[in-house]
Design a protein around this ligand. Structure first.
Ligand code: G1P
Length: 297
């Protein structure tokens, strides 16, 4: 794979998940058995990513601890013969190299990605938001497909989209303006708009937390003024790339690879229940107890 770098922004304050996120990052909240960010890294590793830069922030150091090797814990489990539990730590030794840097001011997602410029330099890179999982148990190969499209179409940027069921939800996401009609799951982008009003939205295709960028994104991010919410928006920089003739490609997530957004309680609760129900050991028992509680026969 030619794209083997990823930037994972994890600097957001998680204010929509207080008090759960008061003293721990939202990216460390468990969804089923694992913290959100572990699924994100597994998805990237499977797509061939070898180096990941986390853009962290104040209070996020448990993410660094998580991906480090905890020798004391490993020795303890080994000495007490807890092989099953030891196997749960196998991810500590995957072939990914991790780097961490901090976004010291909350200036938005675009600003967070720009901080990664010295890391990726002249290379294309994946950007994966650390609070979203794609597909049940992150079994999606969307990043791999995005990298393939990036190479095949010689695009400047490739973005994953989910089709929103409820058009009123457009106000929460970056929304695609496709070039012409969308036939099939891969389409060309005309433009994008960050969190439009319902009657201004050009489609119901919402940016779904996965991107592949050529380094041209940095040229725009350096000059992107503050946009929605007073923040430097990644969506605005992408729009500027396309306005200057850069090629944008969208990929729609298939219905069986939904995006799980761990940025607010409603979607977090749904995600947790879906992952817990799919747990091979405890899912069937949970389903049975839910059936009883909900009086479903
Ligand atoms: C960010 C992006 C938005 C995108 C969303 C996906 O918004 O700005 O374009 O649709 O992530 O999760 P945020 O959730 O940080 O407000």
């Amino acid at each position: 794979m030619s794209v083997d770098l990823a930037i994972v922004p994890v600097a957001g304050l998680g204010t929509r998940l207080l008090p759960a996120t008061k003293s721990q990052p939202k990216e460390m909240l468990p969804v089923g058995r694992r913290p959100v960010v572990q699924y994100v890294v597994e998805e990237l590793a499977r797509a061939g990513v070898k180096r990941i830069l986390f853009i962290t922030g104040y209070g996020k150091s448990s993410i660094e601890d998580f991906f480090d090797i905890n020798h004391q814990l490993v020795n303890h489990l080994r000495q007490t013969g807890k092989e099953d539990q030891l196997a749960e730590l196998a991810f500590e030794r995957n072939e990914v190299e991790y780097a961490y840097t901090r976004q010291r001011e909350q200036l938005g997602l675009g600003h967070a990605v720009l901080i990664g410029e010295p890391f990726s330099g002249n290379q294309p890179f994946v950007c994966a938001l650390g609070d979203s999982i794609i597909g049940l148990h992150a079994k999606s190969n969307i990043v791999e497909r995005m990298i393939e499209e990036y190479e095949r179409t010689k695009a400047d940027l490739v973005v994953a989209f989910e089709e929103l069921d409820d058009p009123r939800e457009v106000v929460h996401y970056g929304i695609a303006q496709p070039k012409g009609a969308v036939n099939g799951d891969v389409f060309e982008l005309e433009s994008l708009i960050e969190k439009p009003a319902v009657d201004e939205a050009p489609s119901r295709l919402a940016v779904a937390a996965r991107y592949v960028f050529s380094p041209s994104i940095f040229d725009e991010l350096r000059h992107t003024p503050r946009g929605k919410g007073g923040e430097i928006q990644l969506t605005d920089a992408m729009r500027a790339v396309m306005a200057k003739g850069g090629k944008g490609v969208g990929i729609r997530l298939p219905a069986d690879e939904p995006r799980f957004d761990i940025g607010n309680f409603e979607s977090y609760f749904h995600a947790f229940v879906d992952f817990a129900l799919a747990d091979p050991q405890f899912g069937p028992g949970l389903a049975e107890s839910l059936r009883k509680k909900l009086q479903i026969t």
